[in-house]
Design a protein around this ligand. Structure first.
Ligand SMILES: [Mg+2]
Length: 286
């Protein structure tokens, strides 16, 4: 029987691929190995499953509270009195409702880096649900709450993404575009604010769920310090109107470590990471 992440043979190939990278340095370098612990934690640890399930259980409880309170809204983009609007929730897709760790595992095994093979992986439409996500999305739909998916997957991947969500069992409201892709409209860039505002025009948004600070507030080029400040500024939202999933594999936090510099070599990226390690309470190691 196939388990959650494929056959035993597939697991064996992960180990073999990793050894290949460790021992022989084959592939395009071993930077993809930096994702090894993160990917294994997501795929094999009960701790990851428990943390995702507890996040979504919190989201379900808060959804019920928000539904009962006509003044409740999760977004600053919501203008005026939202009480008469239909209720909705906004979920990010990658690592929030769909688990792409099998793609991450392929990168490690094959010694490649994102975005190699990303579009092909998305078109396979075989990503499995993040633990707890299906239960929450169905809980919302059963209560008449429209589930919107706001993702920075490219608009060209909308059909494949819809196919994957459908196959995984996620509710997709009929007669309404609930899958809002990056670039689907001219004003829909990677900053998700314009898409939140679009949904807020017709719906009262009860809960946001994501795995990146950008799923809640625009922090596209915010420094690590600024991100920390914003996280604290919205402390009252976490676990109430905003629910964060753990994603140790990638995210805007990582680009912030590089100071958003592009074109860094794998060695330079690793060096930046090492520079950001805190070896005492005093801050980054010097
Ligand atoms: Mg995501």
């Amino acid at each position: 029987m196939k388990d959650r992440f494929g056959t035993r043979r597939h697991r064996a190939s992960i180990v073999a691929g990793s050894l290949c990278l460790l021992l022989a340095g084959c592939g395009s370098g071993n930077t993809s190995l930096e994702g090894l612990n993160a990917t294994l934690w997501t795929q094999q640890s009960a701790e990851y499953r428990a943390s995702a399930e507890q996040a979504y259980r919190t989201a379900s409880r808060m959804l019920d509270l928000g539904l009962a309170d006509p003044a409740w809204t999760a977004v600053p983009e919501q203008e005026g009195d939202p009480g008469d609007l239909r209720p909705a929730v906004i979920l990010d897709v990658d690592e929030t409702v769909l688990d792409n760790s099998a793609y991450q595992a392929r990168l490690i095994v094959e010694g490649r880096e994102y975005p190699d093979g990303w579009d092909a992986w998305v078109r396979e439409a075989t990503a499995l649900p993040v633990p707890g996500a299906l239960g929450f999305a169905r809980h919302a739909a059963e209560r008449g709450v429209t589930v919107f998916y706001v993702t920075n997957r490219d608009a060209t991947l909308e059909e494949a993404t819809e196919r994957n969500l459908e196959r995984a069992g996620f509710p997709l409201a009929e007669g309404l575009d609930v899958l809002l892709m990056r670039g689907e409209r001219e004003s829909w860039g990677s900053d998700k604010s314009s898409r939140r505002a679009y949904v807020a025009g017709t719906h009262r948004i009860l809960i946001l769920v994501g795995d990146d600070l950008n799923d809640f507030i625009p922090v596209s080029r915010a420094s690590i310090e600024e991100r920390d400040r914003l996280e604290a500024e919205y402390a009252s939202h976490w676990g109430v109107r905003w629910v964060m999933l753990s994603n140790p594999a990638y995210g805007s936090w990582e680009r912030a470590l590089y100071g958003f510099e592009s074109g860094l070599s794998p060695e330079q990226r690793r060096e930046r990471k090492r520079e950001n390690l805190r070896t005492s309470e005093g801050g980054p190691q010097q």
